[in-house]
Design a protein around this ligand. Sequence first.
Ligand code: NAD
Length: 316
Amino acid sequence: MSSRVLSRTNATMPAVGLGIWKIPKASCADVVYEAIKIGYRLIDGACDYGNEKEAGEGVRRAIKDGIVKREGIFITTKLWNTFHAHDHAKALAKKQLEDWGLDYFNLFLVHFPISLAYVDPSHRYPAEWFGDDHKVHLQNTPLHETWGAMEELVDEGLAKNIGLCNVQGSLLLDVLRYARIPPQVLQIEIHPYLTQEPLVKLAQLHGIAVTAYSSFGPASYIELSMDRGAASLFAHDVVTSISKAKSKTPGQILLAWALARNLAVIPKSTAHSRLVENLEATDVQLSAEEVKRISDLNLNLRLNDPVDIDPRLGIW
Ligand code: NAD
């Protein structure tokens, strides 16, 4: 299986995993189980996705049925914004481990470098972006404090690796100034409309593996009305012409483009045929010229931009 090596621990992170954002609770255990049966060895979850218990049930069923051992599967999850204070971060990680029914995560990521007011899990869980008054409430917890808690999770064996999502280069450099345990993975939005070359280069120069999320660009954002009217990448001429020439699906071409850039990918699907198709993207080799043709589609179009979350609310 194709993988990326994490420099501090020498752990291998599968290059293709299953993302579980927006997989309904009702089907999540079965989708995760099915994916593991097909051959997926990385599941990408988060507190915010609201389906960690169900994902854990799928993982544990696969382990119980002898399909995989715990050490053979890589579980990633994320710290939500309302838990950035030191003690909240640590308590949340422990709650998440209980939800998954696991005793460690392979990778624990800070979901966004944005600290929101604490919401007690007994009040609302996951807390999402908004308070009870439907407004966003920021909290003065600097990332420095949160990162200290993340490091303690490693010290205590609760997370094998830690990392960041959704940070840009200058903030990444800042964390690297004080980190006792440097981030091992940076997870960011990357697709042909948002190619992020300088940030990927910076992270990789510092030995940080980069995972691309939302590899299919607007596809994931249509149901949220956040696709900004961007044209489907599956139907884009450049993608379909390479797809036809190689007898591979457009989805596989989009994933192969990211893999050729030494990124890891975590496509989300609930359909058996697409789960198989996406995992088999590692078999697709693109030439440097094909990679460039796809990279040239860049529009610097960021679809998952929380600072833009809902300008009508005037929250920032
Ligand atoms: P994605 O790019 O994986 O696209 C998913 C959409 O594409 C779904 O509608 C799915 O049905 C469809 N699809 C899947 N495979 C296909 C194929 N082969 N052909 C055609 N259509 C296909 O979108 P995503 O879910 O936004 O991103 C993947 C994962 O990344 C998420 O599930 C989540 O785990 C992670 N993620 C992380 C963050 C973060 O802030 N760290 C943000 C967004 C997503």
